[in-house]
Design a protein around this ligand. Structure first.
Ligand code: ZN
Ligand code: ZN
Ligand code: ZN
Ligand code: ZN
Length: 273
């Protein structure tokens, strides 16, 4: 069963009818069932005493789902208080999150949860896990598929630009995984750097540079966090546009990249060699 259902004896007076809100917030005479997906902000009460959540009331044009009388003007704070006291576990429990939160904070927590699952970027691998689990998985399964690098110093990255959409995987010393990706654009190739991890983790400053003879182009930006390679940020984010003229005849280009560690001192800007 997908939904975690919590049963609670309630304290509604005797004779109270079975009431429910269509989204799954169901208030029974003896029990509350709080569906896992419940994310309603308020509970409202109609003149006949039926209760529905605010999002259901909006969807039903402020008509009570039980009796069709107008609803949406009076909040039922007693129900809200009881529901607020119910603690639900985070949907990422299976990935290691031990957090329990009230229903109104559940959605906010899950957006920023550190245990949100990330997909393994290796092609033909279906592994999903928290960024910590993914780092362990990558070390044990794909040891030879990454470029290992040290924070705060430049290292070479080779991308095969003849491929349609191309990326390579980088691994930092502590196991964090980064992706350098390129996509073909009208004027050249757009290259950017992202980190695989939860939304809440801080971006890393990076410098990305390309050379052609004595000309160079450089991008200084921050990594975005992605949960899977298909999320690779759209081009509204920082990217280095490499003109086609920079590419060798083989379609290969040597890039130099420096990613800053997050506990590195916010020192001066990194200078190109
Ligand atoms: Zn509802
Ligand atoms: Zn009603
Ligand atoms: Zn969580
Ligand atoms: Zn994998």
């Amino acid at each position: 069963m997908l939904e975690t259902v919590l049963w609670f004896k309630n304290s509604l007076p005797n004779g109270c009818k079975l009431l429910y809100s269509p989204c799954g917030a169901w208030v029974g005479g003896l029990f509350f069932i709080v569906a896992r997906k419940l994310s309603c902000a308020h509970f409202l009460i109609c003149e006949n005493g039926h209760i529905a959540c605010s999002s259901c009331c909006t969807k039903l044009s402020n008509r009570c789902p039980s009796c069709s009388w107008p609803i949406g003007y009076n909040r039922c704070r007693a129900i809200e208080k009881v529901l607020e006291s119910v603690k639900l576990s985070c949907q990422n429990t299976a990935y290691g999150c031990k957090e329990t939160v009230s229903y109104s904070k559940k959605q906010d927590h899950e957006v920023t949860c550190n245990y949100v699952p990330c997909s393994c970027p290796h092609s033909n691998c279906n592994f999903r896990g928290s960024s910590k689990q993914l780092a362990q998985h990558f070390r044990s399964e794909h040891l030879n598929s990454v470029i290992r690098f040290q924070y705060n110093s430049f290292f070479p990255v080779h991308l095969e630009f003849n491929a349609v959409d191309k990326f390579c995987i980088l691994e930092a010393k502590e196991g964090a995984l980064f992706i350098v990706s390129s996509s073909i654009q009208q004027l050249g190739h757009a290259v950017t750097v992202c980190r695989i991890g939860p939304r809440s983790s801080r971006g890393h400053a990076f410098n990305l540079a390309a050379w052609k003879g004595d000309r160079s182009i450089m991008l200084q930006s921050f990594t975005e966090n992605i949960r899977e390679v298909v999320d690779l940020p759209s081009l509204s984010m920082g990217f280095l546009l490499i003109p086609n003229a920079f590419l060798g005849s083989s379609g290969q280009l040597k890039l130099e990249l420096c990613i800053r560690g997050n506990n590195a001192r916010p020192a001066k800007k990194i200078k190109l060699k």
